[in-house]
Write a protein of this length. Sequence first.
Length: 222
Amino acid sequence: MGHHRTTAPRLLTGEELTQALAGIGMRFAATPNWHANIEDTLVSASVEGMENDDLRVLAVLVEWLGVHHAWVNADRLIRAVREQDAQRLRAFWAAVGQWLDKDRRLRRLTETYHGPRLDVLRVGTEFQIKRRGEDARFTGTVLRVPEGSLRDRASDVMSAQELAARHRTYRARVQMGPSYRADMWALLDIEPTLSPTELARRAYGSFATAWQVRRDFRCLAA
């Protein structure tokens, strides 16, 4: 049977999500999963924040994106977001694309939501904005965020240097660029015997890319 490429993320919840968040550099009190898939974790965090109203997770997610967005696999993230039906979640990622529009790769996130501005808070947004104004990161985006509702504290996330020293896939992206190839190379570093089909499945990439990466990895390992 040929490889059928998967685009839907594996959504994480509970302790598994907390460990994954810690594993990609968010400072939560949990045993980090240093092998957590980055985009699966980001989308799962946005579900927790926007659908389950966990503003603490949402705040740290936004902080993380501000620091690490250059090493996000934009194609993978956009595909994963498009698989989600929740309009609040889509609005969040569209707002991220507007906020981080200097990263041209992420501008395509703005296409994932077409609708009116939505409020990050279920109730009280208008009152809070009149009191404090809007969070500067989201002013003019499709998401209305009152100033102070999402804590903006750099110490909530690891630096790029810290994370690259711990998360092998992130390190490979720093070395090679944020791509499926980098993710596959990191997976082979961990499990050199992975088949091209399994490699493609785990990295959410194509069979052709997996076959080429496995060939090149074996060439250097010889």
